[in-house]
Design a protein around this ligand. Structure first.
Ligand code: 13P
Length: 346
């Protein structure tokens, strides 16, 4: 058992406290730059700093967000006035987290499949992040659905990496967010997504067990069970909620501290509606809190509005807070599309 067990348990519970979710803002420089370039925002360190300052200084963010997930560049940054971002987070009563994988690379011998890297030197990196003040970490594995894939080899390699990472995190005092993402890209059906998610979660929990990961000291960050973006058979909100919860109930032990979904390319309203339906219809059947750990579904309207323009910071922050508030309501099963109108921003 980790010497940090008690602290890890308390942190994990705080991350998924009632009405709270996690804000993913850990885009690598490459991903952040690509999103900036789409909007004509200069892809520089200066603009990445300004954007992350905009997010972290949003008034009232901590009413809905338990903690942000940062990237290595961001955790070392300060506001323009020189206040460390870690101080801003602590002063708002939030818990800082850090992405520690080094990205998905091609899986040798398996065309079109990826394996996430980053285990080399991870113990030392985790020790530095803990020392800086981070109390949870994130590692994302990606599983692609297409003809004949995913292979069992890909699922096993990724699950093994997630479990080794999670064990190292707990040894070093950080709560691991275990993120196996079944990608929404493709024309697969809801049923195909269910089967791949089932196989993936089964293997992930097998590997977590083998590596002695304490489930009450970790957070699962899964993708929802949803048809691919190119699928011509749309699924209702209720069907997605039902498929997702049935797959989780089959595979996720009750002792897991919490489930916090990624948004994975869903629209902002879909991400809120699906989370809401899961809590409203199935909440009482779930042994774990079910909440959000969204990046795009919280950030996108704010990023679009800001566009790199200092005069739009405040209005962008209102948009960010609105998405956080809607998803917080969804985590309690209290979201409605009416809320979008009430909270509409001029
Ligand atoms: P999205 O919500 O944009 O899918 O991002 C979540 C995340 O953290 C991906 O690793």
């Amino acid at each position: 058992m980790s010497q940090y067990a008690q602290e890890l348990r308390a942190t994990a519970q705080a991350m998924v406290a009632k009405g709270k979710g996690i804000l993913a803002m850990d885009e690598s420089n490459g991903t952040c730059n690509r999103r900036f370039q789409k909007l004509g925002i200069p892809a520089t360190q200066e603009y990445r700093q300004a954007y992350r300052e905009l997010i972290l200084t949003t008034p009232g963010l901590s009413d809905y967000i338990s903690g942000p997930i940062l990237y290595d560049e961001t955790i070392r940054q300060t506001t323009r006035e020189g206040v460390p971002f870690l101080r801003v987070i602590a002063d708002a009563g939030m818990i800082p987290g850090i992405k520690v994988d080094t990205g998905a690379q091609d899986l040798a011998g398996h065309p079109h499949e990826k394996v996430t890297e980053g285990l080399d030197g991870l113990r030392d990196r985790l020790a530095e992040y803990y020392q800086m003040g981070a109390r949870f970490a994130k590692w994302r594995a990606v599983i692609t659905i297409n003809t004949d894939i995913p292979s069992q080899a890909c699922i096993e390699a990724n699950a093994h990496g997630l479990a080794r990472y999670a064990a190292l995190c707990q040894e070093g005092g950080l709560v691991p967010i275990v993120e196996p993402e079944v990608l929404i890209d493709g024309d697969h059906s809801l049923a195909q997504c269910w089967h791949v998610t089932d196989a993936t979660l089964h293997e992930v929990f097998h590997q977590l067990h083998m590596q002695n990961v304490a489930l009450d000291q970790m957070i699962l960050k899964p993708s929802m069970v949803i048809p691919g973006l190119g699928c011509n058979q749309p699924a209702s909100i209720e069907a997605v909620a039902e498929a997702t919860i049935s797959c989780l109930l089959k595979n996720v032990p009750a002792s897991v501290a919490g489930v916090a979904f990624l948004s994975g390319g869903q629209s902002t309203s879909q991400a809120a509606e699906h989370l809401n339906a899961m809590n409203l219809i199935f909440g009482e059947q779930c042994p774990w809190p079910v909440t959000f750990s969204y990046a795009r579904a919280i950030q996108q309207p704010a990023l679009d509005h800001w566009g790199g323009e200092p005069s739009r910071v405040e209005a962008a922050q209102q948009r960010l807070r609105q998405r956080a508030q809607c998803n917080s309501a969804a985590s309690r099963g209290e979201y409605s599309s009416e809320m979008e109108k009430t909270l509409a921003i001029a």
